[in-house]
Design a protein around this ligand. Structure first.
Ligand code: HEC
Ligand code: HEC
Length: 378
């Protein structure tokens, strides 16, 4: 997908600044909804968490955001089949795709932990620390492009990156193909997933199978999805107030759509430069991808689905508390000083984006063969 990036960023700022939030200070208190206080305790854990929402708020939310569908559309050029998904799942959990034999996709995108590794920046091959925080793989299929800087156009392009990155899995495509070809279990699984192909076991097909599996890693059913589907009591009173602030302050100018983000690129620091530890000077974001001056420190607006369970935050992974991330965003992107009460309400709203995670049964991986290369260094 080709996005005219500098144009996008410029447009993005224009969009963000068309909102009243860009040229005003803290919003007058009257813009904060004073919905009745939540009676969270005593409420059944069912869908009805709060009082009926203002119909105008529900309508506005429905125009800005979309619920996560029960099934993701098939990735472009890669029809999904049960065989492909099953193979992709094996590959996702198999450390033998890495040169050390132990680092799998799941090492850094732990499906039992929100699809992340929970450290500021990932630890990969030889315990090297990578430069960026690992984003979640859950719902990644809905992002317009992959990585903090959007440098991979889709999940199959993305999947080839970590296998080869020196600080991640540190492997070579030919070496991966040799390992996979050595195991009859994999050869049969590739044949089943890519029927009729002359060379089913290939690095490209590895990436396609992983993409097919990742397209199943979606999380419908968050309270906010129920709200968008018309359950006007799905959010607590505080969450409704947080949603209103999220829209009124201008967060939704960048964080909208099905993933509340993941769709466009913006400077991190539209109004104020974030602190150097939060936005390290060495990582210029999209500038490295496009070499355009206007792309300095431009990043993809982070998708916010399940954000409450994916700390630490930002591409630097330097911020552990979601409230702090909210306050930093208000200042850096909108020039709005959020009061602690406002940041707290937005933060409570962001908790309504946490959905039940899919049950993923750990796959049995094909056994090694005498031909399977031994991991180096033993
Ligand atoms: C050593 C840790 C590590 C391993 C192993 C790893 N990743 Fe990642 N992954 C990361 C980091 C860090 C990023 C962000 C890098 C960036 O933006 O420059 C990332 C980004 C991603 C993204 C983009 C998500 C988004 O919202 O942009 C996807 C999808 C993903 N990885 C899937 C995979 C798959 C599939 C594998 C296995 C083939 C894998 N990763 C292996 C650390 C890892
Ligand atoms: C001008 C666009 C823009 C606006 C407005 C904006 N954001 Fe962001 N947001 C971004 C970008 C870009 C990032 C990625 C920053 C980075 O590189 O780490 C981000 C990251 C985040 C993160 C970190 C997510 C993670 O997984 O690390 C949170 C939380 C967040 N934004 C919430 C908000 C809230 C709340 C508001 C309103 C107060 C807001 N944003 C306003 C563009 C924006």
């Amino acid at each position: 997908m080709n996005i005219p990036f500098p144009a996008r960023a410029a447009l993005a700022i224009a969009v963000a600044c068309a909102l009243p939030a860009c040229d005003r200070g803290p919003a007058p208190a009257s813009t904060t909804a004073t919905t009745p206080t939540a009676t969270a305790t005593g409420n059944p854990p069912a869908a009805s968490a709060g009082p009926a929402a203002d119909p105008a708020l529900l309508k506005q939310a429905q125009t800005l955001f979309k619920p996560i569908p029960e099934k993701a559309p098939d990735p472009a050029g890669n029809p999904v089949t049960p065989e492909k998904i099953a193979l992709g799942k094996m590959l996702y959990f198999d450390g033998r795709l890495s040169s050390s034999g132990v680092i799998s996709c799941n090492s850094c995108h732990n499906l039992g932990m929100g699809g992340i590794d929970g450290v500021p920046t990932s630890i990969g091959h030889g315990f090297q620390k990578g430069p960026r925080n690992a984003p979640t793989v859950y719902n990644a299929v809905f992002n317009i492009a992959q990585f903090w800087d959007g440098r991979a156009e889709d999940l199959k392009a993305q999947a080839k990156g970590p296998v080869q990155a020196a600080v991640e899995m540190n492997n070579k495509p030919e070496a991966v193909e040799t390992v996979l070809n050595s195991m009859p279990g994999y050869v049969a699984a590739f044949k089943g997933a890519f029927p009729g192909e002359a060379k089913p076991v290939s690095f490209d097909n590895m990436a396609k199978a992983i993409e097919a599996f990742e397209a199943t890693l979606i999380t419908p059913g968050a309270p906010f999805d129920k709200f968008l589907q018309g359950d006007d009591r799905a959010l607590s009173a505080d969450q409704q107030a947080g949603l209103k602030l999220f829209i009124d302050k201008g967060c939704s100018a960048c964080h909208a759509g099905v993933n509340l983000g993941g769709q466009a690129y913006f400077p991190f620091g539209v109004i104020h430069k974030p602190a150097d530890d939060v936005r390290p000077i060495g990582d210029m974001g999209r500038f490295k991808v496009t070499q355009a001056k206007t792309d300095e420190y431009v990043f993809r607006a982070a998708p916010l689905r399940n954000v409450a369970v994916t700390a630490p935050y930002f591409h630097s992974g330097k911020v552990w508390k979601l409230q702090d991330a909210v306050t930093i965003m208000g200042d850096a992107q909108l020039g709005a000083t959020l009061t602690p009460a406002e940041a707290e309400k937005i933060h409570l709203f962001l908790h309504a984006l946490t959905a039940p995670m899919p049950q993923v049964a750990y796959p049995q991986l094909p056994e090694r063969d005498d031909r399977t290369p031994t991991p180096p260094g033993y």
